[in-house]
Design a protein around this ligand. Structure first.
Ligand code: PLP
Length: 403
């Protein structure tokens, strides 16, 4: 094997295969509060739509297709977003292989090694290695119950300017039911963020997988709907709303940005078969009923988990998320979330320590820069009974860690 011939982005990668995180591969007794998987009973029966896609639409679905994606699906998505306050057309939509693929393409468009980007602290941890592979510096901005603290961001940008450092290339944010904190950014903060980004000419990447997984409360305008100068990339996905295995998502942006993204999209177009299945399902009456069921099932699980945590782990502080998949626990400051997660795993409950969600700490080999007194619990995959049992087990291992 030839050594030392890898690209810089690959040179530091481990040769160990990443551990599997698939709940189906775990023992029956293991409770997966770490997984962002869909509840199995919510995976819709798409057989009829798949059959039509493979018969009536065979010439389309088994052929190469336009890299931008199928026109009907793009039109339907534009309508869906326009019903949510945007003003876009099918020319503003690019179909991609899930949100993470959309993120990576946007990075390919905007980032050079040494650039900086803004992320919240904490942020979506799977996005961190995507950004890192582009050799960026992270500017971490705090968030509270109202989402990213825009005034803190404005101060950070000012400090960089004073220090003669270049402005960041993009601001990455999950404004709806944030992963991991569950927080939803307030309308005032959203308006302030878009105004700041416009003033400073910094692109905003709005990642919205949970936007329609809302249990209660009114919709808050998407960042894209507030965007008057074309600086927001809106990244959407069907992973949380229909099924992650379909691997279809979309990017909505100005047409000339979409045109450039198409030129960087080297996969020959996302699967036309999957696009047709989603389009036929999406425009059928079954779709609205499915979304209502998704909201109902996850609301029940959210309630169950909140109740169990309040009962069994009273020292943990939490904010009740109005949607999404996650509850973020803040433990007393001396409690080590990493140690808690390790003990939980030994007791058959998988959870993710909060330290994994801090971008600059994740880039540090010993990962000792991040706050360690948080953990993230997911309620999407575990059954209500597993939620009760899992939180009971967490409570049992919490005492020695907190002592
Ligand atoms: C914030 C965020 N973005 C993106 C994704 C993944 O989306 P996709 O499956 O479409 O790549 C997730 C899934 O957990 C997520 O939480």
């Amino acid at each position: 094997m030839i050594e030392n011939r890898f690209a810089r982005r690959a040179a530091a990668l481990s040769t160990a295969f990443p551990a599997p995180h698939f709940p189906s591969e775990l023992g029956a007794d293991v409770i997966p509060f770490d997984s962002g998987f869909a509840a199995p009973q919510l995976l819709p029966d798409l057989t009829g739509f798949a059959e039509a896609a493979l018969t009536v639409h065979r010439e389309e679905t088994l052929q190469y297709s336009a890299t931008q994606g199928q026109p009907e699906l793009r039109s339907w998505l534009a309508d869906l977003m326009n019903g949510d306050g945007c003003a876009i057309g099918p020319e503003n939509v690019l179909i991609v292989n899930g949100a993470k693929h959309g993120l990576e393409l946007i990075c390919r468009l905007l980032l050079d090694e040494g650039d900086s980007i803004v992320v919240t602290a904490p942020t979506y941890f799977t996005a961190i290695p995507i950004f890192r592979s582009f050799g960026v510096e992270f500017i971490e901005v705090a968030q509270d119950g109202e989402g990213l603290e825009v005034e803190a961001l404005a101060r950070a940008l000012e400090a960089r300017r004073t220090a003669g450092k270049p402005a960041p290339k993009l601001i990455y944010n999950v404004a709806d039911f944030h992963n991991p904190t569950g927080a939803t950014m307030s309308e005032a903060r959203r308006r302030a963020l878009v105004a700041l980004a416009q003033r400073e000419e910094i692109f905003v990447v709005e990642d919205t997988p949970y936007r329609r997984v809302r249990f209660e409360g009114g919709d808050v305008p998407s960042l894209k709907s507030l965007d008057e100068s074309g600086i927001v990339f809106h990244v959407g996905t069907f992973s949380k709303l229909i099924a992650p295995g379909l691997r279809i998502g979309w990017v909505a942006a100005e047409a000339e940005l979409i045109a450039r993204l198409i030129q960087l999209k080297s996969d020959g177009g996302s699967s036309p078969l999957m696009q047709r299945i989603i389009y036929e399902f999406g425009r059928s009456p079954a779709f609205a009923a499915h979304v209502a069921r998704v909201q109902e099932v996850y609301r029940e699980r959210r309630d169950r988990m909140i109740e169990a945590v309040r009962l069994c782990l009273p020292e943990a502080r939490l904010s009740v998320p109005e949607g999404g998949y996650y509850v973020w626990l803040t433990l007393p400051s001396h409690v080590d979330g990493d140690a808690f997660a390790a003990r939980a795993a030994a007791a058959g409950v998988n959870i993710i320590p909060g330290s994994k969600f801090f971008a600059s700490a994740a880039a540090h080999p010993r990962n000792d820069l991040a706050p360690r007194h948080h953990v993230r619990l997911s309620y999407s995959y575990a059954t209500p009974e597993q939620i009760d049992e899992g939180v009971r087990r967490l409570a049992a291992v919490y005492e020695p860690v907190a002592a």
